[in-house]
Design a protein around this ligand. Structure first.
Ligand code: SF4
Length: 360
């Protein structure tokens, strides 16, 4: 490989030898104009791990409520109680949302001011009882922290109780960007800070609950803050080892308009590639089709991503922020995103057990 930016050559030497990249390498990956060089390195790493396999899951997003006590300035999803557009689902509603054939439900919502912790316990228990075959992935670390802030239930207790009624894994949201500067600027100081977010994931891992991790990018963060975020996740994974997938989340401009327009696909491709190269201890890096669009998702499968998420059926959080993609897709559309990239679709469950390898 001849790099357009010769500064990438020593980076590639380290990657090829299986050595870990440092903070300066990370900054260079974001700074360089040699997008194809960064992508090529990430593709080598992905191919070494997974060859041509790309994972997807038949899943269902459930958003119990968008009522939230916080007002993060990048969020177009949350509403106050009684405000136009606010919704609150009953447990019966949520149980009925899970149709036959779904392997994973993904449950994330606002920080509701009144719902007691027991409501969430009953929610998970009812879905588990009605659909014993479905894997339940639920509640970000920010929500688990909120159960402590609101009801004084320690994360170790809340996670153990939720696991006892059926929770199997946790999504990776609520991390935003690990930066005190941005937490103040974007008004998310009221939720779990980086140490707390990582502590809660560590507790989950110690209880045998696998989790994911995210990063909200493409707003007013700096490349250095992205690198700090990725390295903090890598350190946590070194310590507790239970992360499955890293999912970069491109900020949707919506009505919050922290920046004038959506970050371009080139930035998303570079972010996915840099994550694959820096997160050497994360099994999977995802190209989340909801925030990327189908076309960029296909391209991202040549930039280090080995997963595209799933059918979703009714994604709310990104769509209330103006994501132009559909709220859900059929399995055939997932096949198209993967096959357009010349890759092999592998249907998985929430824990990456292979359900079926489909024809290329
Ligand atoms: S990002 Fe989460 S915590 Fe912040 S306002 Fe939106 S729903 Fe609430």
């Amino acid at each position: 490989m001849r790099f357009a930016d010769a500064r990438l050559e020593p980076v590639w030497e380290r990657v090829a030898e299986g050595r870990r990249l440092g903070r300066d390498d990370g900054r260079l990956l974001f700074e360089t104009d040699d997008l194809l060089g960064v992508g090529w390195m990430a593709d080598q790493v992905k191919s070494r791990r997974e060859a041509d396999r790309v994972y997807f899951v038949i899943n269902r997003h459930i958003t119990p409520t968008n009522v939230c006590v916080l007002s993060c300035s990048f969020c177009d999803f949350a509403r106050k109680k009684g405000e136009t557009g606010a919704f609150e689902h009953t447990i019966e509603d949520m149980v009925a949302m899970v149709r036959d054939g779904v392997r994973e439900v993904h449950i994330v919502g606002g920080h509701h001011p009144d719902w007691p912790f027991e409501y969430y316990e009953r929610m998970i228990g009812a879905i588990r009882a009605a659909h014993p075959e479905v894997q339940i992935k639920a509640f970000t670390a920010a929500e688990i922290d909120y159960f402590w802030r609101r009801w004084r239930i320690e994360p170790k207790e809340s996670l153990a109780r939720l696991k006892a009624v059926g929770l199997q894994s946790m999504p990776g949201g609520g991390a935003e960007i690990f930066s005190a500067r941005l937490a103040r600027l974007l008004r998310y100081t009221g939720k779990a800070d980086p140490d707390r977010w990582c502590e809660i994931h560590g507790i989950a891992h110690s209880l045998g609950i696998r989790t994911n991790a995210t990063m909200l990018y493409g707003h007013v963060e700096t490349p250095a803050e992205r690198v700090d975020h990725l390295i903090r996740l890598r350190e946590q994974q070194d310590g507790s080892g239970g992360f499955l997938t890293f999912i970069p989340l491109a900020y949707q401009v919506g009505t919050t308009r922290l920046v004038p327009r959506q970050t371009p696909p080139t930035d998303s491709l570079k972010t996915i590639a840099a994550a694959r190269l820096l997160l050497d201890n994360f099994p999977h890096v995802e190209a989340y089709w909801v925030v990327l669009g189908e076309e960029t998702t296909s391209v991202a499968l040549h930039f280090g991503a080995d997963d595209i998420n799933g059918t979703l059926e009714d994604e709310r959080i990104q769509h209330m922020a103006g994501a132009p993609t559909p709220a859900g897709v059929a399995r055939e559309q997932l096949f198209r995103m993967i096959r357009d990239a010349g890759k092999v679709p592998v249907e998985r469950d929430a824990l990456y057990n292979v359900v079926r390898v489909w024809p290329r």
